[in-house]
Design a binder for this molecule. Structure first.
Ligand code: ATP
Ligand code: MG
Length: 233
């Protein structure tokens, strides 16, 4: 079942001669539980695409349909409560500086729950369950600065999962990690896609990380490169 569809999406930054065409004619369809890799050289538009999908950045044209609801159409947001959609249905994991520095791991996970009105023992037990799922429960009361990069990233994933997001977006979640820890984080993202039936879109530079992905999308100069078939090689 389709959770996200993008048609003819474009993003142009600036105007006149300083115009940057960051995305052009992007089309994609992502199903529930899909694990999607977004690859491409620096400046190819990967982060821009994630920001458009996460409803943070307004596209210039095209269409975004999320969970059966048209969110963006032609040249404007389609009158939906974007903050609510973000809060309730989308989780983000960024490369670094993910966590709120003055909150402990546990409090970082409680934060998005509070935003959707969950608190007290119900929220505490959900946070505990998520930290256990990410195998980081023994560090629940540590501040981010006392955790290793891999541990911080696992807390960030626990936080992104807190609202049971239907769509998880991760911008180079393994970039700051060594290969072993990076692989572990990717495995956890895979587990989430399959067990939660959340769609997971991951930006990565590392092709070794994308084994077992359902879709691999290559961006170049803001466009999706068509898959090379054997006949073209
Ligand atoms: N706010 C902005 N204003 C103007 N141009 C921008 C802005 N954000 C991104 N760009 C440009 O859009 C293009 C795509 O940038 P983007 O950050 O999406 O690339 P990326 O694929 O994520 O690269 P990297 O791998 O280095 O993170 C680049 O040419 C970039 O300079
Ligand atoms: Mg980027």
């Amino acid at each position: 079942m389709e959770i996200l569809r993008i048609e003819g999406l474009a993003k142009i930054f600036g105007s006149g001669h300083i115009q940057v065409r960051a995305l052009e004619d992007i089309n994609l369809s992502v199903s529930k539980g899909d694990l999607v890799a977004l690859l491409g050289p620096s400046g190819s538009g990967k982060t821009t695409l994630l920001l458009c999908i996460s409803l943070i950045l307004e596209p210039t044209m095209g269409k975004i349909v999320f969970d059966g609801q048209t969110i963006f159409q032609k040249n404007g947001w389609a009158g939906v409560d974007m903050r609510r959609v973000r809060r309730e249905k989308i989780g983000f994991i960024f490369q670094s500086h993910n966590l709120i520095p003055f909150l402990t791991a546990r409090q970082n996970v409680l934060f998005p729950l509070d935003l959707v009105g969950m608190n007290g023992e119900q929220a505490e037990s959900r946070a505990r369950e998520l930290l256990e799922y990410m195998e980081i429960a023994d560090r629940a009361d540590y501040l981010p600065s006392l955790l290793s990069g891999g541990e911080q990233q696992r807390v960030a994933i626990a936080r992104a999962l807190a609202n049971n997001a239907k769509l998880i977006l991760a911008d180079e979640p393994t970039a700051a990690l060594d290969t072993t820890r990076g692989k572990r984080v990717m495995e956890l993202l895979k587990k989430i896609a399959k067990e939660n039936q959340s769609a997971v879109i991951v930006v990565t530079h590392d092709v070794r990380m994308i084994e077992g992905f359902d879709q691999v999308i290559h961006l170049k100069d803001g466009r999706i490169e068509t898959e090379k078939t054997n006949a073209q090689n």
